[in-house]
Design a protein around this ligand. Structure first.
Ligand code: APR
Ligand code: PHB
Length: 409
């Protein structure tokens, strides 16, 4: 195995007074992308250091979607972090889609031979932290002022401050896993980077409540009052969303108002069995589609939300981050194990080809299920026609199921 950078830690002699480390891959961001990459590399004997701006508790306090594609399940198995997910996750063979008084089911297993796993992203992240800690993995929290230097050379390095002290990591590669608001993407020069964005004119108001889910499978609802989603984490923890105005704030919505609105947006037989209770989390997320190209600049590679965002309809955020990690991990293995740059050279093109398909699906499913403020009567009839086509056409259901369970890597 190629091993041109062994992890070492020492302190510079004055006058710089700064800590200097050396590793193979510096990973910016300790969200699910960064942690999964770090753990997969570790399994193959490749060293990394993760730099995280926040604390572990902060990262674990974020509530995100909870539907995992089979590609991510395989990566978790390969990373050795799948045990709790296999024991506590819920395989789902299909999903329900409602519009008006109609409801139909898309059967994933029948159409694709695969299911998805309902297991919260927060739990995936928790399992990854546990594995990195058990392996003595280097994660540095509360870092500030991260700067990626010389990424277009063969000797990149990263500087940062922690507790007011400056430090530097020399490395072979930098993985930018620092989410939409990180520094990695903007390290790629403006004249190289192209960005594509679509903002949706509504948000999702989500609540988590310690109540049994209304249904054992997810329900995506297009109602005349707007979109709603009934999801879950376990048999006594439900996650529900309703489309809301971007000018709303969570405090505008009492729990009672939320439950009443949700009831109005889902089929009457479901509304009747909805069990309500106090919310334990309530937040509003805007909806955005965003892609940056390329996803590689020199020895810097972007992964996950740092490079792309999808609206949450279809739960592709974490799953698309995972496919990036898959391509980058295999490219880095190719480099260290086979002395080949083929995998890292094709990283951006391969990752983006799949990213755009996930973008298309998330945009399509969002467009199908939401009410738009400027929607005409014609636009609405087209939505209904498309929903009726999906309800009655096997090929359309198969296309939806293939995308939902995840296109192959
Ligand atoms: N320096 C170090 N860490 C940073 C910096 C920075 N300058 N900027 C951001 N970070 C950290 C954030 O604190 C966060 O913990 O990077 C991490 C990025 O994590 P995520 O935003 O969760 O992104 P990612 O790991 O790509 O996960 C993708 O998670 O965010 C959801 O919707 C997203 O489901 C998708 C998945
Ligand atoms: C969730 O459970 O939070 C969830 C599920 C499916 C989605 C989005 C969010 O499409």
């Amino acid at each position: 195995m190629r091993n041109d950078a062994q992890l070492a830690f020492y302190t510079c002699t004055p006058p710089c007074h700064s800590a200097l480390m050396k590793t193979q891959v510096t990973i910016i961001g300790g969200g699910p992308s960064g942690l999964l990459l770090s753990q997969l590399l570790h399994v193959r004997g490749i060293d990394s250091v993760v730099l995280e701006r926040k604390t572990k508790d902060y990262v674990l306090g974020r509530i995100r979607a909870g539907v995992l594609e089979r590609g991510l399940l395989d990566l978790m198995r390969e990373a050795g972090v799948a045990d709790r997910m296999e024991a506590e996750g819920y395989p789902h063979d299909g999903t329900l889609i409602s519009y008006g008084d109609e409801m139909f089911r898309v059967d994933f297993t029948k159409h694709t031979g695969h299911a998805v796993m309902v297991y919260g992203q927060t739990e995936v992240t928790r399992d990854l932290y546990a594995a990195r800690e058990a392996a003595g993995g280097a994660i540095i929290y509360n870092v500030e002022d991260v700067v990626i230097c010389d990424a277009d050379s063969d000797t990149p390095y990263v500087t940062y401050t922690v507790d007011g002290k400056t430090a530097r990591i020399n490395c072979d590669f930098v993985a930018g896993c620092d989410g939409f608001h990180g520094v990695s993407r903007n390290t790629i020069p403006d004249n190289v980077r192209r960005e594509y964005e679509k903002i949706y004119p509504f948000g999702w108001l989500g609540i988590l409540s310690e109540t049994p889910p209304v249904n054992h499978e997810l329900i995506y609802a297009n109602s005349e009052r707007g979109f709603a989603l009934c999801s879950m984490r376990n048999e006594n923890l439900s996650r529900y969303y309703i489309q809301c105005s971007l000018s709303d704030s969570p405090s505008d919505w009492t729990d009672t108002a939320f439950w009443e609105e949700l009831r109005r947006r889902i089929p009457a037989d479901q509304a009747k069995k909805l069990v309500t209770g106090p919310s334990i989390e309530k937040s509003i997320a805007p909806l955005r589609s965003f892609v940056t190209e390329p996803m590689r600049w020199g020895r810097l590679f972007l992964c996950g939300d740092a490079a792309h965002i999808v609206p949450p309809t279809g739960a592709k955020g974490l799953n698309t981050a995972a496919s990036d990690v898959h391509y980058l991990y295999n490219g880095l293995r190719d480099y260290y194990e086979n002395d080949s740059t083929a995998g890292i050279d094709s990283y951006s093109a391969k990752a983006l080809a799949r990213v755009w398909k996930a973008e298309r699906f998330s945009w399509w499913f969002s467009s199908l299920m939401h009410r738009y403020p400027d929607q005409s009567a014609f636009d609405h009839r087209i939505q209904v026609a498309e929903l009726e086509f999906l309800r009655s056409n096997d090929a359309a259901q198969q296309a939806m199921a293939e995308n939902y369970v995840g296109l192959p890597y």
